[in-house]
Design a protein around this ligand. Structure first.
Ligand SMILES: Cc1cc2nc3c(=O)[nH]c(=O)nc-3n(C[C@H](O)[C@H](O)[C@H](O)COP(=O)(O)OP(=O)(O)OC[C@H]3O[C@@H](n4cnc5c(N)ncnc54)[C@H](O)[C@@H]3O)c2cc1C
Ligand SMILES: *[C@@H]1O[C@H](CO)[C@@H](O)[C@H](O)[C@H]1NC(C)=O
Ligand SMILES: *[C@@H]1O[C@H](CO)[C@@H](O)[C@H](O)[C@H]1NC(C)=O
Ligand SMILES: *[C@@H]1O[C@H](CO)[C@@H](O)[C@H](O)[C@H]1NC(C)=O
Ligand SMILES: *[C@@H]1O[C@H](CO)[C@@H](O)[C@H](O)[C@H]1NC(C)=O
Ligand SMILES: *[C@@H]1O[C@H](CO)[C@@H](O)[C@H](O)[C@H]1NC(C)=O
Length: 385
């Protein structure tokens, strides 16, 4: 590979020497704003992509609007080496480390449009301050946004007692009384996930126990009602008027045992009140940004469609990583894995395109006499790797 690189470099030198006398009038001005890769979104997925690209000196720009999916959570869990780290500290440390690489660039802002140029061989990226940038490839790491119900108390306690996933915060509420929020259709799935953590479970399905949903359940989970009974799960169908906090686990906790003691009172229609220590939720989500959709990436079930082997979308030059993509895992390790994967594929694709361009130019003439057939031989060798 070192030999290959030095030959590529030699050819670049030769080409630039032989071409320098022919100015191209319409060529865009060489700008400080052109990059190999632009990454949109600076959560763990985007940061991981930037890291992978920076390690091989790809000039990359990460643009981030800083509304992170786990932005409100007290601590991040199940990220080995960082179990219990505050997410903002995790990202800040990543940024500090990545910023030491000279080809890594980071900018705060919101990307408002991405317009393909020259048959998707480059992209014009515009942010909300109308600043423009160009890049040869784009990695979308824009994440998902949770749609929280308007019921008073839910937004206030989101990710602080009303939690999102068992791996994220379930252990901190183990053996406590638990509520499940969301549609009756998703109750069994949640019970199966938390059964090793909580036994006293109440599902507040908030009026979703309808004939239509029962029909879905009978199809999707035959015997669901018996199953819930055997697990001892009570279903409460009355509309939730509010969920009021009685105690804050950020204040009342036990660091030695990793326990957080939140406490809530669910106020149901007719004034009935039920107390719970914590809740797990099944709320819908949407893409946090429309820029993928706008550039033509297919969206399945609110996920950007990718080839899970490469994180590539069907739109040439565009990758999608993290929560927003269709391999359907949504956690920090997955976000980092997909960002890393895209970084490798983007890097190799850029180099293959560069090498192919060099071969094309050679076939047209001048360099051929100087270089012989070494490039073709090398390229053939590379293709089999
Ligand atoms: C309450 C809660 C707690 C969680 N806890 C954990 C946990 O403990 N452990 C775990 O592994 N996972 C946890 N998760 C899941 C975790 O948050 C996600 O898997 C992870 O954040 C996904 O990373 P991402 O980079 O894809 O997206 P995000 O982290 O959401 O980052 C996306 C970024 O893209 C930016 N962006 C979007 N559109 C644009 C645009 N147009 N221009 C510029 N920037 C843009 C956003 O502002 C944001 O900064 C939790 C999730 C929730 C909801
Ligand atoms: C950019 O965003 C990061 C992380 O969200 C933040 O730490 C930093 O202070 C911001 N920089 C500026 C100049 O606003
Ligand atoms: C655009 O690129 C594709 C390959 O990605 C190619 O098949 C197509 O012919 C190109 N179109 C034009 C107009 O050059
Ligand atoms: C409960 O249902 C009502 C009516 O459909 C809805 O407005 C509210 O957001 C729901 N709340 C929760 C917590 O699911
Ligand atoms: C649950 O509540 C909804 C909305 O109020 C109602 O239509 C449905 O009949 C209730 N289901 C049961 C089993 O009582
Ligand atoms: C992800 O989920 C979507 C929609 O829910 C589905 O169409 C797709 O096949 C899933 N992808 C994988 C890799 O399971």
């Amino acid at each position: 590979m070192a030999l290959f690189n030095s030959i590529v470099f030699t050819i670049i030198l030769l080409l630039s020497t032989s071409c320098k006398a022919t100015p191209v009038p319409d060529a865009p001005a060489v700008s400080g704003n052109s990059y190999d890769v632009i990454i949109v979104g600076g959560g763990p997925a985007g940061l991981s992509a930037l890291s992978g690209l920076s390690r091989v000196r790809r000039k990359s720009l990460l643009i981030d609007s800083a509304v992170y999916r786990n932005g409100l959570t007290r601590h991040m869990h199940d990220v080995i080496g960082n179990d219990g780290t505050v997410p903002s500290e995790f990202r800040a440390k990543a940024r500090d480390q990545i910023s030491l690489y000279p080809t890594a660039h980071m900018q705060n802002g919101t990307v408002t449009s991405i317009v393909p140029q020259d048959n998707f061989t480059s992209f014009l990226v515009t942010d909300s301050t109308r600043q423009t940038y160009t890049s040869k490839k784009v990695i979308l790491a824009t994440g998902l946004r949770d749609i929280l119900p308007e019921t008073p108390g839910v937004k206030e306690a989101w990710s602080r007692g009303i939690y999102w996933c068992p791996w994220c915060d379930g252990y901190e509420h183990r053996d406590q009384t638990l509520g499940i929020l969301g549609s009756v259709v998703d109750v069994v799935g949640s019970v199966l996930e938390v059964e090793t953590l909580n036994r006293d479970i109440y599902a507040f399905v908030n009026g979703t126990w309808t004939n239509a949903n029962v029909a879905i359940l009978n199809q999707k989970r035959p015997g669901w009602e018996t199953q819930l009974k055997k697990y001892g799960v009570a279903i409460e169908n009355r509309t939730i008027a509010s969920i009021n906090r009685l105690q804050d686990g950020a204040v009342v906790h036990d660091l030695a045992t990793n326990m957080e003691f939140d406490r809530f009172e669910v106020v149901l229609q007719e004034g009935i009140k039920v107390q719970r220590d914590a809740f797990i939720t099944n709320f819908p989500y949407v893409q946090a940004s429309n820029i993928g959709r706008d550039i033509g990436v297919k969206i399945y079930g609110e996920k950007m469609d990718v080839d899970p082997a490469s994180m590539r979308t069907a739109v040439k030059g565009v990758w999608a990583v993290g929560d927003a993509n269709s391999d359907n895992s949504t956690n920090v390790p997955h976000a980092m894995y997909t960002g890393k994967k895209a970084a490798v594929f983007v890097h190799v694709e850029l180099e293959r395109e560069a090498a192919a361009t060099l071969l094309d130019k050679r076939n047209q003439g001048d360099v051929r006499e100087i270089m012989g057939t070494e490039m073709e031989d090398l390229w053939e060798g590379l293709k089999t790797k």
